[in-house]
Design a protein around this ligand. Sequence first.
Ligand SMILES: [Zn+2]
Length: 229
Amino acid sequence: MGGKTGINLDGYKNLVGAFSEPVATVISTTFFNTLQPQELLSGYAEMIKHALLSGPQDLSLVLRYDLTAPDYDPDELLELLRKSVGVKADIVAKDPHEKGLRKALNLGHTIGHAFESLALARKSPIPHGYAVAAGLVAETVLSSMMEGFDSQLLHTPAQYIHNLYPPFAFTCDDYPTLLRYMAQDKKNDKPDQINFTLLRAPGAPVINVTAPPAQITAALDVYRDLMGL
Ligand SMILES: [Zn+2]
């Protein structure tokens, strides 16, 4: 869905990529039964991202649903998924080749990819979505520091993610490595400049925000606090 493809190179996530639209996208809850809970949760992190990009209503729906509950309703999940895919489809239709608006879809991914790369370097890889879930928490914190995202509103998604996803553990000794991974990210136009998609509010993304390292590490501190690390 969306046509972006990528491969990892030299230990960096998605360093080489191309745009190629699928002929069709088929979504069926039947296949959910074939997935481990970890895979479902991993995908759900992207749905939390889409909900943050969409607005408060979609966000509260997504954060009310618990797909780890033994009696989770696949039909309700399908409805949430339909909405979620719609959010992405709308953004991709307006900017298929990521000239501008589509960068909104990178929310959570600058820090998320750095977590994923660090986990890979530690030889204990984590699912992409787990890294994104952690990245979303850290980047909403950064959003409140830099873009005025209401700090009261970041607790609900942070709590939800804390409850369902294993926190990504690191210490301040890892900050230089994490910053290096972020600086290497293909989303940056200039070397050593770390760019983010942040949020002014749920549904109000801001693209191409360059964050100074001190702000990023402050956000990482708060992430560790929120996750009890
Ligand atoms: Zn992703």
